[in-house]
Design a binder for this molecule. Sequence first.
Ligand code: ADP
Ligand code: ZN
Length: 535
Amino acid sequence: SSIAPGSDFKSLEEALKHYFGYDQFRVGQRPVIEAALQRQDLMVVMPTGGGKSLCFQLPGLLLPGLTVVISPLIALMQDQVTTLQVNDIPATFLNSSIDAATARQRISEIYSGKIKLLYVAPERLLNESFLNLLDQVQAQVGLAAFAVDEAHCVSEWGHDFRPEYRRLAEVRQRYTQVPVYALTATATERVRQDIIQQLQLRQPFVHVASFNRPNLYYEVRPKSRQVYADLYREIRQHGQDSGIVYCLSRREVNEISARLQADGISALPYHAGMSDSARTLNQERFIRDDVQVMVATVAFGMGIDKPDVRFVIHYNLPRNIEGYYQESGRAGRDGEPSKCLLFFSTKDIHTIEWLIERKADPETGNPLENEQRIARQQLRQVIDYAESTVCRRTVQLGYFGETFAGDCGGCDNCCHPKPVEDWTIPAQKLLSCVARCQERYGMSYVIDVLRGSKNKKVLQRRHDQLSTYGIGKDKTVDQWRLLGRTLLHQGLVTETTDGYPVLKLNELSWEVLRHQRSVFVPVPVAPTQDRPNAR
Ligand code: ADP
Ligand code: ZN
């Protein structure tokens, strides 16, 4: 039926078993592969670990001709190809790291049709000698498809824009009959549309998988003073299982990996400040299970296929939800239960805010206002996620435009609902202060007034004369901020989003002020000793 003409297999399942040893397709793979065999363009959006590679590898093996796979990082390419070769799959790669004799050998294997999958970097694809090679391939064995992996790199709206991806459309124009596949784990609608447009896909077969990862357990834990001890215990609980610890700074990566080593945990650092060779070595040792824990900045992990990572711990607040989803998603790619733990502290919020403040044009020194605005909005979403009392999956999937009913049974908020305190009175203080300031200021300013700040602006505006001035000295700034954010999450106050954020009262705010509605705030608790087990 859908098997490629001339194929030796009776069914796609048989081919799957033969080449990859798997018994069945994962959700979505089969229809995508069928479309590929019909020589359609593809747009495949699947979360990391969803099994995108198979969607172009199996058709590549079944279709006549060569499938060219465009993959952004040389290191990844090598890994992927090695894995394929170990499994007797006729794949190879060409890049600057190989010598001339090897390259000649590979090229002759490509011309002979022995090689079915060829991996290349995007910048190489477009150079003249490579295009000549492709012309030859087309003449001798035919081109089956171009598979663009990590296709979100083509979009400025994605989190990893690479200008060289923009030129991939030239390949489409040069080989108009050859299908183009776009594959990515980036889900937002805007990026998807951008990919289709930039790569000039023609009525592609679109598959967008659910981003839910049922085998992952999500937890957000307040960062205590003993956060290192907490981290250490957490890792110990995983026995010898592999895991990743993400930190914000290189310094922290070095410190924590050294400390873990000193405490007898086999850990290695990974960050962009290390030499390429040191990084590759550490990464390989992690993949080979030579070392248990990788302590890394976000530079680590893109496309790394280590299926049995059992935990991903964020020692600091991630900068955005998308990043958090990708990084935490490196756990449990084999479908086995795994844990994603995020340590959260208001101090990290301040650090990231400080970093955002400093975002400036390197040449002029002027602040990059647009980037700052986006970064602040993203930070807000991360804080919302961390402080939310609803199902973690509902929040994450909602971010990707997916509705999730909640009660997932696999997150801290579902399994161990947080204690809440009745903060109706403080909420009334805050909201009446918003009213007294005539709904013209943002959160920080309102808190200044509440706490009786002697800030020049407060005094100039004579807000020290307001009846709400200084009535909030009993709470810290962080407590007021927590309350403010909770009011925003719960829709009990509104914030204008154009330009400078200003607090406005809404219907619900008035209900709170009129004692018609109570306000419950999830209060930070000391880290729990009984840890929910992911298994
Ligand atoms: P992605 O590129 O979407 O992040 P991969 O293609 O690397 O994901 O696949 C993730 C893991 O799932 C790999 O270890 C892969 O071998 C495995 N896998 C893919 N498809 C299947 C399948 N049908 N059955 C079992 N395992 C699969
Ligand atoms: Zn849940």
